[in-house]
Write a protein that binds this ligand. Structure first.
Ligand SMILES: Cc1cc2nc3c(=O)[nH]c(=O)nc-3n(C[C@H](O)[C@H](O)[C@H](O)COP(=O)(O)OP(=O)(O)OC[C@H]3O[C@@H](n4cnc5c(N)ncnc54)[C@H](O)[C@@H]3O)c2cc1C
Length: 511
C-alpha cells in the first residue's frame, strides 16, 4: 500500500478512539480516506484520566480548536505542573513542585543547576526546586499560566479536564466533520492468508470491511492481542501499582482555584487531586499485592476527609506495560490497548497523540513496509520506556519506610540501564550533563525534569568528593525574581473566567 489507507476502521470510542479519529481525519480527509469509528454500547469507556502534559496543547492547536471552545465543555482548568507531597519524610523535602519548564526559566534554572552541582559535591547550597521556576510561583499563588501583558517568553502549561466530556466533545466534532460513527460489538475478526485483518463481525452492523484498523478497544486489546497475538510486555517488576480507586469531591469555585495537580504519597501508593471547574477528581493508585481494595478505600477516604462522605468510589484494575509491536500487520494499537503507565505524570494521552502523529508521518513519507513498522514500533517503545523510567525514579528515590510497599519499591533492582546510569552519575558526582547527553536519544524527560526530581526528593550523597568552592546562587533572589514575574499573571480563576467568557458562556463554571 502506498500513502494513506483508503478506508480506516477504529474500534473503540474512548479518548484514544476519538483523538485518533480527529487526527486522522485532519490529516487525510483531503486524500479521501474514509474513517469509521465503531464502539460497543455494552462495553463502557474507562472514563478517567483528567490530567495532561503540555503536548495536549499541540493537539488542540493542530486541530485549530480554541480553548474557549473545548475548555468550558470539559470543565477544564489550566495546569502549571504537579506538586508531590510526602514522597519522602525527610526534613525540607516533604513536598516539591515539578514545573513545566519554559524559556522564561532560563536564568533561574541556571542557578538551580549550578547549586545542585555544588550540593552533589557536598557544598552547602539551596537546591529545592520550588525556588527556581516561574510555574512553581504561579501554582503557589493560584495563578494561571497566561500573562496579563505580552512577554517575550510564556510559561508552558497543560490542562485538567473531565475525561468523559473530552471524549464526547471530540466525538461530536468528528461526527460533524464526517467521521462515520457505528454502534456494535465486535464478536469476530477475519484475516487473510498473510494475517492482515480483512473485516470485523458485529451482530448490529454485520460485516465491516477496511484496509487499515485501529485497535482502541482499551485494556481488552481486542485486535492487537486477541486477534493478532501480539505479546504484552508487563512492567510489573518495576511498577507495582495495578489498581486505582476514583472518587470525586466538590470544589468551591468562588475562591482561588488551584492550577496544579497534587499527587500525595500514601502508605501503599499515591493519590491524585485534580481541580476541575465542576469538581475535584481524586484517585488512589495502589498495588493490590500490598493492600486490599477495602483497606485502600478506607485510607483514601481518611485522606479526603468529610468531602468524600457519602460519595461512591469506583474501583479499577490497570494493565501496566506495553505491547512489543504497536503496529502489527494492518493494525495500529492506540491507547490502553497498546499499553499504559500508571498516571503519575499524566502521560497516557501524550503517548496516544505521539503514536498517531508518528504513524501519520510515516505513512505520508513512504509505503506500508516492514521497515516502517519496525521503526514506528521502536520509536513508540522508546517513548514508553522513557516515561516508565521517570515514573520508576519517583519510587526509587522515595525515602519512605512506613510499609513494605515503599521499601520494596526503593530496593528492587529491576530498573533499566538508562535509569541506573542517570542515578549513578548523580550519586557519584560524575559529569551529570554528559550522562544526560549520552542518553538523550532515549530520554523523554529532560534536564530540568531530572534535576527537579533528584533535588526535590533530596537525593544528595554524602560520599562524593569536595571540590573547590564556587559561590552558590542565592535562592532568595531567584525565588523573588520568579514571584515578581508571577505577579504579572492573573489569578487562575480570573483566567478561566476569561477563557470561558470568550465562549459566551456562563463564567460561573456551570457545565
Ligand atoms: C486510574 C487511571 C487514571 C488515569 N489518569 C490519566 C491521566 O491523568 N492522564 C492521561 O493522559 N491518562 C490517564 N489515564 C489513561 C486514560 O484514561 C486512557 O489512556 C484514555 O482514556 C484512553 O482510553 P482508551 O480509549 O484506550 O480505552 P477506553 O476508554 O477503555 O475505551 C475502550 C473502547 O473500546 C470499546 N470496545 C471494547 N471492546 C469492544 C468490542 N468488542 N467491540 C466494540 N467496541 C469495543 C469500548 O466500547 C470503548 O468505547 C488513566 C487511566 C487510569 C486507569
Amino acid at each position: 500500500m502506498k500513502g494513506p489507507p483508503k478506508r480506516i476502521v477504529i474500534v473503540g470510542g474512548g479518548s484514544a478512539g476519538w483523538m485518533a479519529a480527529s487526527l486522522l481525519h485532519h490529516a487525510w480527509d483531503r486524500h479521501g480516506t474514509k474513517i469509521t469509528l465503531l464502539e460497543s454500547s455494552d462495553i463502557g469507556i474507562i472514563g478517567v484520566g483528567e490530567g495532561s502534559t503540555p503536548f495536549l496543547r499541540q493537539f488542540f492547536e493542530q486541530l485549530e480548536i480554541p480553548e474557549s471552545e473545548w475548555m468550558p465543555y470539559c470543565s477544564a482548568t489550566y495546569k502549571c505542573g504537579i506538586r508531590f507531597p510526602e514522597w519522602t519524610h525527610e526534613k525540607g523535602h516533604r513536598s516539591y513542585f515539578h514545573p513545566f519548564f519554559s524559556q522564561l526559566d532560563l536564568t533561574t534554572a541556571g542557578a538551580f543547576f549550578h547549586n545542585c552541582g555544588l550540593r552533589r559535591r557536598r557544598h552547602s547550597a539551596v537546591t529545592h526546586p520550588d525556588n527556581f521556576f516561574v510555574s512553581a510561583a504561579l501554582a503557589r499563588t493560584h495563578r494561571g499560566p497566561k500573562p496579563a501583558q505580552a512577554l517575550p517568553f510564556v510559561p508552558d502549561y497543560a490542562y485538567h479536564f473531565d475525561a468523559g466530556r473530552l471524549g464526547e466533545f471530540l466525538k461530536n466534532r468528528a461526527i460533524a466533520l464526517g467521521v462515520e460513527h457505528l454502534i456494535g460489538t465486535v464478536d469476530g475478526v477475519s484475516q487473510n492468508d498473510q494475517g492482515d485483518i480483512v473485516s470485523l463481525e458485529t451482530e448490529q452492523q454485520g460485516k465491516i470491511v477496511a484496509d487499515f484498523f485501529l485497535d482502541c478497544s482499551g485494556f481488552a486489546g481486542l485486535l492487537i492481542n486477541k486477534c493478532l497475538g501480539e505479546k504484552f510486555h508487563s512492567y510489573r517488576d518495576n511498577l507495582f501499582n495495578d489498581s486505582a480507586i476514583a472518587l470525586a469531591t466538590p470544589i468551591d469555585t468562588r475562591g482561588p482555584i488551584p492550577s496544579q495537580t497534587v499527587s500525595t504519597a500514601l502508605k501503599f501508593g499515591w493519590v491524585w487531586k485534580i481541580p476541575l471547574t465542576s469538581r475535584y477528581g481524586n484517585g488512589y493508585v495502589y498495588s493490590s499485592d500490598f493492600v486490599s481494595a477495602e483497606a485502600a478505600e478506607r485510607e483514601l477516604r481518611e485522606h479526603l476527609g468529610g468531602a468524600a462522605e457519602g460519595v461512591e468510589a469506583r474501583h479499577l484494575k490497570m494493565r501496566v506495560g506495553r505491547v512489543d509491536n504497536h503496529w502489527s500487520k494492518n493494525c495500529l494499537a492506540v491507547g490502553l490497548s497498546q499499553g499504559f503507565i500508571e498516571p503519575l505524570e499524566a502521560t497516557a494521552l501524550m503517548l496516544i497523540q505521539f503514536t498517531v502523529q508518528y504513524f501519520i508521518q510515516l505513512m505520508e513519507e513512504g509505503d506500508f513496509t516492514d521497515r516502517y513498522r519496525t521503526e514506528c514500533n521502536h520509536k513508540i517503545n522508546v517513548a514508553f520506556e522513557g516515561v516508565r523510567d521517570y515514573v520508576v525514579a519517583h519510587y526509587q528515590l522515595s525515602k519512605r519506610d512506613d510499609s513494605d510497599y515503599w521499601i520494596e519499591n526503593r530496593n528492587h533492582t529491576h530498573r533499566s540501564a538508562n535509569l541506573s546510569a542517570i542515578l549513578d552519575a548523580w550519586d557519584h558526582g560524575e559529569d551529570f550533563e554528559a550522562t544526560l547527553t549520552r542518553h538523550a536519544k532515549t530520554l523523554v524527560y529532560l534536564r530540568p525534569n531530572w534535576y527537579c526530581i533528584l533535588a526535590g526528593m533530596g537525593r544528595f550523597s554524602r560520599r562524593t568528593r569536595k571540590t573547590t568552592t564556587p559561590q552558590a546562587a542565592s535562592a532568595d533572589k531567584t525565588r523573588a525574581y520568579c514571584e515578581e514575574i508571577a505577579r504579572g499573571f492573573p489569578s487562575h480563576r480570573r483566567q478561566l473566567q476569561q477563557t470561558y467568557g470568550e465562549a459566551g458562556g456562563d463564567w460561573c463554571f456551570e457545565p
